[in-house]
Design a protein around this ligand. Structure first.
Ligand code: GTP
Length: 372
């Protein structure tokens, strides 16, 4: 999953390792490109330093490095002594300028992978801070340092607002009403059917309510899922009031001890203003326990923009990203939570009813950074 992004992240690691290697070259006695007088220290010839596995001391680069070379050994800068010591112990120092090109390449890679601009910038800021920050005292290999910086940076943006969905269902008063929003054709209805099955696997009953009274054929489509899964479906004729359908779903669930109401909504009306007004009305009338926004992982930036738009109209509690099994760039999965402040809760991973996976930020980050 998200193989393109995975390759690009691995490219960043190689870039940094290459830049760090350049720092080690003075072992041969060459004058370093940056003219740093300490880089030529003979101690840099240490075997460990010459190996690709050299340890790293992360240090803040002086902001005015060019104007004032490291000769003054100011307390808050990587002093000549620190550098000499680093070389003597087979370590290298990562400076801001070593990261410049790799970070630029990383930014391009993230944008090419459809990561939203503000999210890409946040990732870069965290990576820069983690790799140069004073607080990082541990000594690690270049690869480990990059991996840990990327891990923290990605997790920070992906895990925004994450909560335990099953616990939320377990603790809520029944029936729990969940309304699904999102444009047509992204897999909203299929996701409702999948979630009904996911809930049943965990002992929760559910009823489907078709609030998409706009599109011809919507009743038949959801009825097919309800039949196959043997679930009750509440629907009104085409053109009816969607808020009334979902309201009836809640009444039915309360009267029949059903745990969860899963309400579908239209993905398109005459105008997008009509659609947003309809969602606001459902919000007002039904006051759902959760509103989940559904879109395709493959839609990239479009999915991120739509998530923002829908969240503005009827505040969402989380998102479901479908078609994560298709070859997608990964940008939506990285960006939606940071941009909306609401977590991705599920990934759709196929067309079967069991193809719904709880979204786990830590697992996603680990798989993105897995070198296999
Ligand atoms: N590969 C894959 N296909 C999916 C996934 N989720 C849904 N689909 C397919 O996407 C298509 C559209 O899904 P629907 O559930 O009809 O989409 P919708 O958003 O409800 O569309 P409307 O009913 O038109 O609003 C169907 O063919 C689904 O089988 C997924 O996670 N992976």
């Amino acid at each position: 999953m998200f193989d393109g992004l995975k390759d690009k992240l691995s490219g960043f690691r190689e870039d940094v390792e290459e830049s760090a290697d350049v720092e080690e070259e003075p072992a041969e006695g060459d004058e370093p490109a940056n003219g740093d007088p300490t880089s030529g220290d003979p101690a840099a010839g240490d075997d460990a330093a010459a190996s690709g596995d050299a340890e790293v001391v992360a240090a803040e680069a002086p902001a005015d490095a060019e104007a004032e070379p490291a000769s003054d050994a100011a307390d808050d800068e990587p002093s000549a002594f620190q550098r000499a010591k680093a070389f003597a112990t087979g370590r290298i120092i990562i400076e801001e300028e070593d990261l410049e090109e790799p970070l630029w390449n990383l930014e391009m890679a993230l944008l090419e992978s459809d990561v939203e601009m503000s999210v890409a910038e946040q990732i870069l800021d965290t990576v820069r801070e983690k790799m140069l920050g004073e607080s990082r005292k541990q000594v690690e290999t270049t690869g480990e340092l990059v991996e840990s910086a990327l891990h923290d940076a990605l997790l920070d943006v992906i895990a925004v607002g994450q909560f335990d969905f099953e616990e939320r269902i377990a603790e809520a008063d029944k029936p729990v009403t969940i309304v699904f929003t999102g444009v047509n054709g992204v897999g909203k209805t299929t996701s409702i059917a999948k979630l009904s099955e996911w809930l049943a696997d965990r002992g929760y009953s559910s009823v489907l309510a078709n609030g998409d009274t706009y599109r011809a054929g919507a009743n038949e489509q959801i009825a097919e899922h309800a039949d196959r899964l043997d679930r009750e479906l509440i629907s009104h004729d085409q053109g009816g009031d969607p808020a009334a359908v979902i309201y009836d779903g809640v009444e039915y669930a309360a009267a029949n001890d059903v745990d969860v109401v899963l309400g579908d909504t239209a993905g398109r009306l005459h105008t997008s203003d009509d659609l947003m007004a309809q969602l606001e009305k459902i919000d007002r009338v039904v006051d759902p326990d959760m509103t989940l926004f559904v879109d395709e992982a493959v839609a990239g930036q479009d999915a991120v923009n739509r998530a923002k738009e829908f969240n503005d109209a009827a505040e969402i509690d989380g998102a479901v990203l479908t078609k994560a099994d298709a070859d997608s760039s990964g940008g939506a999965a990285i960006s939606v939570a940071y941009v909306t402040g609401k977590p991705i809760l599920f990934l759709g991973t196929g067309q079967g009813y069991d193809d719904l996976t709880l979204f786990e930020p830590e697992a996603l980050v680990e798989s993105l950074l897995d070198e296999e």
